[in-house]
Design a protein around this ligand. Structure first.
Ligand code: SF4
Length: 354
């Protein structure tokens, strides 16, 4: 959808004249990255503040899950597979990347199904796939598990750290008064549908807009939010209708919930949130790597003075951290928010003003 940016900005500035200070939280790591890349904060009136939330899948993966990944990848019989972003997340002095440098068999995949191919190529090994992310990536892990079950592949398992977004937003914002509106994640909404975000105005009493990822799409959604705030109207407007339908992608969701079911999950920065994770249904529980390898308790080490937890709750911004751009950079990250391009620290660092 093509928008006229000049008209949108004029509209935002005009409405901002009539509102007090406004804090809008974006709960999508891709939005965080786009907002910094396009310099959107510098285009907005000073009384509109954009706040990053818990939308980066790498960042919200708990340190316990990172420790479990490191424990699994350290086993001689295991070929550990994951997406590249997970390699550099540290747990103390160790990361998957440092294990790889020591010679452990850790392989990057571009699709979860690559793990199935590797398992079939190496029947004498145990292949573990690290499944992270929200409703957008979990269906792909469900496909992997269903295909492995159908093919009777027994040497594949999943370190399942998938999470669902609405429960985290609710837990974060239900007693929160410092956020005035929400920029909802377009990718997740494409999967679960616009109607799934009705809880934001109804339960959280916040106006919201579902947004795409181009500069004009983000600005158009901010204008829609300002309009709702100005009219004091509680609604969630779908500003990404070319990809987001009211009901979402039912076939992908059916597949996902055929294989997984909701469970409590631990989020970095947010703690344990009821029904915010996805575990395998009993028929597929053999595929859970923690059970197969008896990985129950793992040593976790939070980086000293790292503000990732506060950043994921919208309570701090990356430059508040003593490590930011000093000893913490994308090449040498101290905490997870500097690892992924969707992390707030990485986005602030990459698009910082020198
Ligand atoms: S700058 Fe580094 S250490 Fe500080 S909050 Fe971000 S990731 Fe954590």
């Amino acid at each position: 959808m093509n928008y006229n940016i000049t008209n949108i900005l004029q509209g935002i500035w005009k409405l901002a004249d009539q509102t007090g200070p406004v804090a809008i939280m974006e709960v999508c790591g891709t939005h965080t990255s786009s907002i910094r890349q396009y310099g959107i904060p510098s285009l907005l009136p000073p009384n509109i503040r954009l706040v990053s939330g818990p939308g980066c899948p790498v960042c919200v993966t708990s340190s316990a899950d990172i420790a479990a990944a490191i424990a699994l990848a350290s086993l001689d019989e295991v070929i550990f597979t994951c997406f590249g972003d997970m390699m550099r997340v540290p747990n103390g002095d160790v990361s998957l990347y440092s294990l790889y440098e020591q010679g452990r068999d850790i392989r990057l995949v571009t699709s979860p199904l690559d793990a199935l191919t590797i398992a079939q190529e190496y029947p004498e090994k145990q292949v573990v796939y690290f499944g992270i992310g929200f409703e957008t990536t979990a269906p792909h892990t469900a496909v992997l598990v269903e295909k492995a079950a159908q093919a009777k592949v027994r040497n594949l398992s999943i370190l399942n750290s998938h999470k669902t977004m609405p429960q985290a937003i609710t837990a974060l914002l239900q007693n929160e008064s410092s956020i005035d509106a929400l920029l909802c994640p377009g990718h997740v909404a494409a999967m679960i549908g616009a109607e799934a975000f009705a809880f934001v105005p109804e339960k959280l009493q916040l106006p919201a807009a579902i947004a795409g990822f181009a500069a004009d799409e983000i600005l158009a959604a901010i204008l829609a939010i300002m309009d709702l705030l100005h009219k004091q109207k509680l609604d969630c407007v779908n500003m990404y209708p070319q990809f987001v339908t009211p009901a979402g992608n039912r076939s992908a969701l059916n597949l996902l919930y055929r294989v997984m079911e909701p469970c409590d999950a631990i989020w970095r920065g947010l703690g344990s949130l009821p029904q915010s994770g996805l575990q395998f249904r009993p028929a597929y529980r053999d595929f859970e790597a923690r059970t197969r390898f008896n990985i129950e308790k793992t040593e976790t080490t939070e980086p000293k003075d790292c503000l990732c937890a506060a950043i994921l709750r919208g309570k701090a911004i990356p430059p508040n951290c003593v490590h930011f751009s000093r000893d913490c950079t994308p090449d040498a990250p101290v905490g997870p928010c500097m690892v992924s391009s969707e992390g707030a620290c990485a986005a602030y660092y990459r698009y910082r003003e020198e």
